[in-house]
Ligand binder design. Structure first.
Ligand code: SAH
Length: 372
């Protein structure tokens, strides 16, 4: 049975499903989910991520993490955590770049939070022999009770979102149903109350229906807002962890920093956009990250939020330009070309430099952080 058949059968049995249910099944169904069976990265894959574009990305982030370890008072035990580690390239670059920092590696245990068995295997191979203590986790629930140095690059965009469309009588959830044996988007017939419990309090406007305002016109000229409950929950939990044990968490992803962007659900296959409801489980499915919602979820009395800044500015402030120059001095002509075009791709506002955003959650006493 294909994933499409499986989803159709579920809809026939239970009725229309939410976008979040659809996204969750498409990406992480244990047997057919997109991430579960394949390595989606690189030229032959569906998309390419920053650590796969240039080693400089991981190297400057490694230096940033080590610097923050020092700001935290160089604790003797600290957990270096990555959420959704892909091929393990970023972690390998971080470890290589920080090897010479006195006492740092001795203090570290490495923790990779990963759902995909295929990618776990890949990470294990990439990282073999690079550190003595590496553990894998299904979720952040089992992270050790230690200070954290955490990185999440293009992790939050893979978490399931819900979509709500504004009509005269209120908000209707966007759902997926079957019409003439095809999967189609529909709007739930009854107006629904937005999951306000997960929404930041200060963006709740008390308008007539007591419903949430601030939505934008989506691709189909309808006012749509998106919520990502798992992202909010994860950020809350990480903030609590940092408030209790100390640490910093660096979140990098494509997304927006104010209001709503409308419908941002997108599928990518072979480096091109793909219809969201076609070839389920064989195309990547993501949504832009609502950074404002994340920063509000993290805001508590006991942590500091740094950012949100564009990736290009962040990387250049961390010295990505200088690092690229240094590497070029010891590289072949071909390598130089690839280092220079890699940096441009990561930092140029016309490429990933502006669309990608960076935010950090840090212990309360860390009031200034490099890069922000
Ligand atoms: N950070 C990597 C990979 C980004 S792709 C890089 O920059 O190259 C998203 C990663 O998150 C994949 O490794 C995917 O398997 C993992 N992932 C997706 N949803 C997840 C979840 N709910 N829990 C843990 N890992 C998840």
């Amino acid at each position: 049975m294909s994933l499409e058949e499986l989803i159709k059968e579920r809809i026939r049995r239970q009725g229309a499903i939410t976008v979040a249910d659809y996204m969750g099944l498409a990406l992480s169904h244990p047997e057919y989910g997109y991430y579960m069976q394949r390595d989606p990265f690189g030229k032959e894959g569906d998309f390419i991520t920053s650590p796969e574009i240039s080693q400089v990305f991981g190297e400057v982030i490694g230096a940033w993490l080590a610097h923050n370890w020092q700001l935290l008072g160089a604790p003797e035990e600290i957990a270096l955590v990555e959420l959704g580690a892909g091929r393990g390239t970023l972690m390998a670059d971080i470890l290589r770049a920080t090897k010479h920092i006195s006492g740092f590696h001795q203090a570290l245990s490495v923790h990779l939070v990963e759902i995909s068995p295929t990618l776990k295997q890949k990470q294990w191979k990439t990282l073999a022999g690079k550190h003595e203590r590496i553990e894998w986790h299904e979720s952040i629930d089992s992270l050790p009770e230690l200070p954290l140095l955490l990185i999440a690059n293009e992790f939050f965009d893979a978490l399931p979102i819900r979509q709500f469309i504004r009509k005269q009588d209120g908000w209707h959830e966007r759902m997926i149903d079957i019409e003439n044996d095809e999967l189609v988007f529909i709007n739930s017939s009854d107006a629904t109350i937005l999951p306000i419990s997960i929404m930041p309090v200060d963006s709740i406007k008390e308008d007539l229906g007591g419903i949430l305002a601030g939505g934008m016109v989506g691709k189909n000229n309808e006012e749509i807002i998106e919520t990502c409950e798992p992202a909010i929950m994860i950020v809350r939990q990480l903030s609590e962890h940092i408030a209790t044990y100390g640490g910093v968490a660096l979140i990098i992803d494509y997304g927006y920093t104010e209001g709503s962007k409308g419908d941002t659900l997108q599928a990518i296959k072979y480096h091109a956009y793909h219809p969201v409801l076609n070839n389920i489980g064989t195309a990547d499915l993501t949504a832009h990250v609502d950074f404002l919602a994340l920063s509000q979820a993290a805001q508590s009395e006991s942590v500091n939020i740094h950012g949100i800044v564009p990736q290009g500015a962040f990387l250049m402030r961390l010295g990505a330009g200088e690092r690229t120059t240094t590497l070029c001095q010891v590289s072949s002509h071909e390598q130089q070309q690839s280092l220079i075009s890699g940096l441009a791709r990561l930092a140029d506002p016309k490429e990933m430099g502006e669309l990608f955003k960076v935010m950090a959650i840090a212990s309360k006493h860390i009031t200034q952080v490099e890069g922000f």
